[in-house]
Design a protein around this ligand. Structure first.
Ligand SMILES: Cc1ncc(C[n+]2csc(CCOP(=O)(O)OP(=O)(O)O)c2C)c(N)n1
Ligand SMILES: [Mg+2]
Length: 564
């Protein structure tokens, strides 16, 4: 059969369609005009961003939400460097993503031509696979492999450089077939061993996290936890893998962990970790489990064989994707749970106490009660609302007090990247317009990718953005007061009027300074996004002294001074 001649750009876009791509994000460049031209007649939605950091974060959020690779197109040099934050996030968060970079043509290559970078070197440590496609006739092969690599084993980012002359070369080449993600499954013997270890335990604990989860895997996990009366904690920023209202959910094992929950993990005699890497944020700096040999018996289940045993020498290591292990655990005959049955109720009570109104608001003097605000948000927003955030102390109000409604209600970067919340929120609403999406953003966070509000307006995206304006890079200020009390350096911010700024973009904007103002502002934001399918911004202006639910900046400073 003779093949029609197609340009490299056309072969590439045809391959994207074969692999099921419906949306791509990016910022255009003259380096990949032929791809832009092929997109013109495709049914792929190409969302144009205002900065490549925003585009890469949107693609990453797409990967997190759908489990399919998020697609991002950027230009060479400056475009590729801007996009790197999203690639790093996808790497640390194990998110499938493919970044395409328009590259210098082979006629100029290796002369340090305009905007030229060797992406294999630049992205070497940050991506699962980085390469350059030098022949148009091999595009189908490269793309098939890119989708395969991004989604199989431990998912992650792939970077493909596209030399300009290659994209305009015409080739007659057959297309590939659609990729098939590959995951390992546990053996029946491994499930038997796990069951025997569980039967011997007195204080077992389950930790969930990582990639490859599906709604069915979450449902199977819940079934396993219920049948065996197991307390389940969710690791750092994977807090939505079990509905937080579920009777077996006992809290998030991440930054600012409930000390009672930390003690439970530490004192457990068996930890069954399903999916997480057991990283620094999850283990409270590798202290909840000791390395290399944990004090608890450990069953570690991970989708990457090489992750197993890399920090923790688990007694039982199982290489498996989340759906593969959870379907077997759901079918496993339950063990006698009488030794720990009561501990789930105890842990639930500890979680309830941890989520009560914190002492910082007890005197009633703070004009804006951020705890009350989260309660109000939960009262008004539907159960499947998606909450997004980046890095900063404001995120604590979501992580600690918001009750996430289950699989995929949280989009947040485990690599602690500031600037994630706004693009992730916009992407989530583009991917599923039926869901309510609320972004939490600090004042520092917001302006790292606040330009994407223009993207939200351009594409009529009804996301709600709550800006926590404390006029500072609060997290760093908190560390500063702890370690260098009273010496404020490089952490103070003078901000624009965020509500006025939002209106200038074409969004709605309101300022909230008291607790009473929030409920009606939230009602108006929800109504605005629903009626007009346009973004709404609520700026919370509050005293920077309210830095954590547990302590004010003043207390932190005074304690540090007293201990000097
Ligand atoms: C891209 C990036 N730059 C810098 C940091 C370091 N950092 C972590 S939190 C933070 C301050 C966040 O400020 P803001 O968004 O205002 O939140 P707040 O802590 O004040 O609530 C900084 C600078 C980071 N995590 N990511
Ligand atoms: Mg701040």
């Amino acid at each position: 059969m003779t093949q029609a001649l197609r340009s490299g750009g056309q072969i590439l876009v045809d391959a994207l369609k074969i692999h099921g791509v419906d949306i791509a994000f990016g910022v255009p460049g003259e380096s990949y005009l032929d791809v832009l031209d092929a997109l013109h007649d495709s049914d792929i939605r190409f969302i144009i961003n205002r900065q490549e950091g925003g585009a890469a974060f949107m693609a990453e959020a797409y990967g997190k939400m759908t489990g399919k690779p998020g697609i991002c197109f950027v230009t060479r040099g400056p475009g590729a460097t801007n996009a790197s934050i999203g690639v790093h996030t996808a790497y640390q968060d194990s998110t499938p993503m493919i970044l395409f970079i328009g590259q210098v043509g082979s006629d100029f290559m290796d002369r340090e031509a305009f905007q030229e970078i060797d992406y294999r070197r630049m992205y070497g440590q940050m991506a699962k696979w980085v390469t350059q496609i030098d022949r148009a006739d091999r595009i189908p092969e490269y793309l098939a492999r890119a989708f395969q690599v991004a989604t199989s084993g431990r998912p992650g980012p792939v970077v493909l450089a596209l030399p300009e002359d290659m994209l305009i070369t015409k080739a007659a080449t057959p297309d590939a077939r659609r990729y098939q993600p590959v995951q390992a499954s546990p053996s029946a013997a491994q499930i038997d061993t796990l069951r025997a270890m569980l039967a011997e335990a007195k204080r077992p604990m389950v930790l969930l996290g990582g990639a490859t989860w599906t709604a069915q895997a979450c449902a199977d996990l819940a079934k396993f936890a219920e049948a065996n009366h197991l307390p389940v904690g969710c690791t750092f920023r994977f807090q939505d893998l079990l509905d937080n209202a579920h009777p077996n959910y006992v809290g998030d094992v991440g930054i600012g962990i409930n000390p009672k929950l930390a003690a439970r993990v530490k004192n457990a005699d068996l930890v069954i970790a399903i999916g997480p890497r057991l990283g620094e944020m999850t283990t409270s700096g590798y202290s909840l489990l000791s390395s290399p040999v944990p004090q608890q018996r450990l069953v570690h289940i991970h989708c990457d064989a090489e992750e197993l045993g890399s920090v923790y020498q688990a007694e039982l290591m199982i290489n498996s994707g989340a759906p593969h292990i959870t379907s077997m655990l759901a079918a496993m005959a339950p063990v006698d749970a009488s030794a720990w049955k009561g501990s789930v109720l105890e842990a639930r009570a500890e979680l309830a106490a941890w989520q009560e109104s914190p002492p910082i608001f007890k005197d009633g003097k703070a004009p804006l009660n951020l705890w009350q605000l989260v309660q109000e948000l939960m009262a008004q927003a539907p159960k499947d609302t998606i909450i997004t955030n980046g890095a900063g102390n404001y995120a604590t109000w979501a992580h600690r007090y918001f009750r996430y409604g289950g699989m995929r209600t949280q989009l947040a970067p485990t690599n602690g990247a500031m600037g994630y919340g706004v693009p992730a929120g916009i992407a989530a609403k583009i991917i599923d317009p039926s869901r309510t999406v609320v972004t939490f953003a600090g004042d520092g966070e917001y302006l790292m990718n606040g330009q994407e509000l223009a993207t939200a307006v351009q594409y009529k995206v009804g996301v709600i953005i709550i800006v926590f304006n404390n006029s500072m890079f609060g997290t760093i200020r908190m560390h500063q007061e702890r370690d260098y009390p009273g010496r404020v350096s490089g952490t103070t911010l003078a901000n624009p009027d965020f509500a006025a700024l939002a209106k200038a973009f074409g969004a709605s904007g309101e300022v909230v300074e008291t607790t009473a103002q929030f409920a009606p502002a939230m009602e108006r934001a929800l109504a605005h996004t629903r009626a007009h399918s346009m973004p709404a911004v609520i700026e919370l202006r509050y005293d920077g002294n309210l830095i954590t639910p547990g302590a004010t900046l003043e207390t932190i400073r005074n304690n540090a001074l007293a201990n000097k």
